[in-house]
Design a binder for this molecule. Structure first.
Ligand code: SAM
Length: 330
């Protein structure tokens, strides 16, 4: 699949549920209304959709959400998709998780062929963790990390940089994650979904600032390492580890975008930061053959926009897109 700007689309991110067992302050309102179950695709339908994308040339599948591991019976989806790893049609099956359920599932994920997981942790302070996630328990997440490493899974920690919240902890987080053999990536907070008031402006911390601050304690050298995602990596001389930055606001990375995103209702978003979307649920359900679905996928890819235009400043306090990150998956 090639879009109008010549970009090869080889990476599909799938939000398998919009539900989550955490309520991170920058991601969701505390009283979120979730989709009625009747609107959500069954796991079999999700598998069929993902398989259609694999047949069309997608090499990397990432399950996300909401929290992918809270969806009932989600392992059956991973098992089904794992078949594509065995045939070689798919190069990577992975997930982004808050880690709360890794204690339960890490072994099985590894057995299915998952090699790497991204785990979102914004702070190493238990109290602060509770404040950011509202409902999360850092000890449980840490047990999840232990289980994942015991199972042989490689871990990348994702941390959203939040001004006044975790901005005193960055050095510590680098030492901790690299000390455990895990990569670490910092993410700029993105203006997605209503979270109340002017909260987003208060939270926003440009990573260009963060990078120069980190540079006072560590020596960063630009790295050629790529994972097929939007992060740019640096080697850290003092720890021997790798540090990534995802900077949708200060640096537009759209020119190399190889991704599209599927929601749990079968809506395909061709860009995280734009409203245009294609409904794949209707063609999926209309016929047992994939002909209609294939046509809808082709039409959607032909409309992939050049890029997003996130802005956070005093004149733009409304979200750039109305939907929350949990809909399209982070
Ligand atoms: N529940 C899983 C998790 O916690 O990783 C997967 C879904 S979560 C929406 C994926 C990632 O998006 C997390 O790392 C989260 O911190 C990030 N995220 C959510 N809302 C965001 C926002 N407005 N700006 C930047 N990152 C955001």
């Amino acid at each position: 699949m090639i879009d109008p700007f010549g970009r090869h689309i080889s990476y599909l991110r799938v939000s398998v549920t919009d539900r989550c067992d955490f309520r991170c302050v920058y991601c969701m309102a505390e009283d979120m209304t979730f989709l009625p179950k009747s609107e959500v695709l069954s796991l079999e339908e999700l598998e069929r959709l993902c398989s259609a994308f694999v047949r069309r040339g997608v090499k990397k599948l990432r399950m996300t959400g909401g929290e992918p591991l809270v969806r009932k019976n989600v392992m059956s989806l991973f098992r089904g998709l794992g078949r594509h790893l065995e045939t070689g049609a798919l190069e990577e099956l992975t997930l982004t998780t808050n880690g709360s359920q890794l204690g339960k599932y890490a072994k099985e994920l590894a057995a299915i062929g998952v090699k790497r997981v991204n785990v979102s942790i914004d702070t190493l302070d238990k109290e602060k963790f509770r404040e950011i996630t509202r409902w999360g328990d850092l000890d449980q997440v840490m047990r999840g990390l232990d289980a994942a490493q015991d199972a042989g899974l490689q871990i990348k920690i994702n941390a959203v940089a939040l001004r006044g919240v975790n901005d005193t902890e960055f050095d510590n987080m680098i030492r901790w994650s690299h000390g455990r053999g895990m990569d670490l990536t910092f993410i700029e907070v993105m203006p997605m979904g209503e979270i109340g008031g002017e909260a987003r402006l208060d939270q926003y911390l440009p990573l260009s600032l963060l990078r120069s601050e980190i540079g006072r304690s560590f020596t960063l050298t630009e790295s050629a390492h790529r994972t097929g995602g939007p992060a740019r990596y640096f080697d850290v001389a003092e720890t021997g580890g790798r540090l990534g930055f995802i900077t949708p606001l200060t640096h537009n990375f759209c020119e190399s975008c190889n991704r599209v995103r599927l929601t749990c209702t079968g809506t395909l978003y061709m860009c995280l930061g734009q409203e245009d979307a294609a409904d794949l649920r209707a063609p999926l359900r209309a016929s047992e053959s994939d002909e209609l679905l294939d046509r809808a996928i082709s039409e959607a890819i032909a409309r992939k926009p050049k890029g997003h235009d996130f802005i956070i400043d005093r004149r733009h306090t409304a979200p750039a897109v109305r939907r929350h990150m949990s809909v399209t998956g982070g």
